[in-house]
Design a protein around this ligand. Structure first.
Ligand code: FAD
Length: 417
């Protein structure tokens, strides 16, 4: 029986980077906020990512246009992309929507919307980490993108074009020049692009916990509860959990890849898919060190120095969100990574698996739910949810509280679906 009924003006559901930062921004504005999660803060997707804070222009991942790429991916043997064959009929409509969003014009438009948020991300992260006394987590060392051939470098020019148009700095480096930044990288690549405006953290889970602690330090309440339903009632909402029912005037859905679990029963059908991804930590061999995230674009993985070791994160896996882990990409990426950087044996017994919450236009949903008063949405941050958490939190809090928004909220409206 759920006899205890608690009240809170606002209940934020989900204590990943998005929900924890949203709760903090609302609490700062004098609202009474309760943050709920079935786990401790920052223990799901916001824990296991590559910790990259994108500060420059953004070009979303596109559906491949070149038939040779499509054939290559169709073999299902590439490190960058893996899929469960039986899941293809389920994901086909979403892939078709992604394909419609993959023309250069759409990539530019969607990327510009996301860039209106990423442009604020490094400073907001820095401010939060300073305030939390965890500036030790932040690295302003940029990131390196590696290309294995001139053709691959030439084919991936859109981000550089947009950077030229918007005045964002980057440098194109040969392996010798790149080795001045990362002396232990082997010259197994053709060219690198160095982006100084992209920062990173040494432990995204710890950064998320730091934000949740700031929230609690300002009087916010965090409770560990499994939320089973949200129901509209006169004057607000009833949040049903395994342990309690909480009456709220406003509810914020910030459940990342689990957001539709509570929205579907309310009649919403947003096209949220998950792109699963894995990570594994390694020690560097001998005195080998890494100072920044490095992405091997041909193989879709990132290696990045973390508190737990050198974290190797994989590309995309299309599979049912809740299907058992199939970390075949880790072994493939590890093979490629060992040719690039001297890695020891893995530190973890098993790869970690996470789920990027993705909408086909690569823009999150931030704002009011279209058909319910007092229901607010903040999810679907895809490959950039760690980056965007503090910015989309600020934007949603400004929408809920009034005041000049940090960015134009129009591109993120739920009504676009
Ligand atoms: C391999 C990988 C690498 C990535 N690299 C980067 C990167 O370098 N930079 C970047 O910006 N982004 C990156 N991302 C994406 C980023 O991690 C996500 O977009 C982001 O973490 C999503 O945050 P969130 O708060 O929306 O979701 P989450 O962090 O998943 O939080 C959702 C929370 O909801 C809780 N929850 C769910 N259901 C319930 C329920 N019923 N009751 C109670 N609680 C519930 C969960 O426990 C969880 O804590 C990466 C993702 C992956 C998988």
């Amino acid at each position: 029986m759920t006899a205890t009924i608690t009240e809170s003006e606002i209940v934020v559901l989900g204590a990943g980077m998005v929900g924890a930062a949203t709760a903090l921004e609302l609490q700062r504005r004098g609202r009474e906020v309760t943050l709920l999660d079935r786990k401790a803060p920052g223990e799901e997707t916001s824990y296991g990512n590559a910790g990259v804070i994108e500060g420059g222009p953004y070009v979303p991942l596109a559906f491949p246009r070149d038939p040779r790429d499509i054939l290559r991916f169709a073999t299902n043997r590439q490190p960058a992309l893996h899929f469960h064959w039986r899941f293809l009929p389920w994901i086909a409509p979403w892939l078709s929507a992604l394909s419609r969003n993959s023309s250069e014009a759409r990539l530019r438009e969607n990327g510009a919307a996301v860039h209106s948020l990423t442009t604020h991300a490094p400073q907001l992260h820095e401010g939060l980490l300073d305030e939390a006394g965890r500036s030790d987590l932040l690295r302003k060392t940029g990131w390196l993108q590696l290309y294995r051939s001139e053709a691959a470098f030439a084919a991936d020019g859109l981000k550089r074009h947009i950077a030229d148009e918007t005045g964002c700095a980057y440098s194109v480096l040969d392996p010798d020049a790149a080795s001045e930044l990362e002396p232990h990288l082997s010259p197994a690549f053709h060219k690198a692009v160095y982006w100084p405006s992209i920062w990173s953290v040494a432990d995204p889970g710890a950064a998320t916990k730091a934000v949740a602690e700031l929230f609690a330090g300002q009087g916010g309440r965090f409770a560990r509860m499994e939320v089973v339903a949200v129901e509209p009632v006169t004057g607000g909402w009833r949040v049903k959990t395994g342990q309690a029912e909480i009456a709220a005037r406003h509810v914020v859905i910030a459940l990342g890849p689990w957001s539709m679990d509570l929205l579907r029963p309310l009649g919403y059908r947003f096209p949220l898919a998950v792109k699963r991804g894995y990570h594994l930590h390694f020690r560097g061999k001998g005195n080998a060190t890494l100072s920044r995230p490095v992405v091997d674009l041909a193989n879709g993985y990132v290696i990045t120095p973390m508190a737990q070791g050198i974290r190797l994160t994989t590309g995309v896996e299309f599979a049912d969100r809740d299907a058992p882990a199939t970390p075949v990409q880790i072994a493939r990426a590890e093979k490629a990574a060992r040719g690039l950087f001297p890695l020891e044996a893995p530190v973890d017994p098993e790869p970690w698996m996470g789920r990027r919450p993705c909408l086909p236009d690569s823009r999150p949903i931030i704002g009011p739910a279209p058909r319910h008063d007092g229901l607010w949405l903040n999810f679907g941050h895809a490959h950039l949810g760690f980056t965007l958490g503090p910015v989309s939190a600020r934007l949603l809090a400004e929408m809920m509280n009034g005041g000049t928004p940090i960015a134009d909220p129009t591109p993120f409206a739920a009504t676009r679906f």
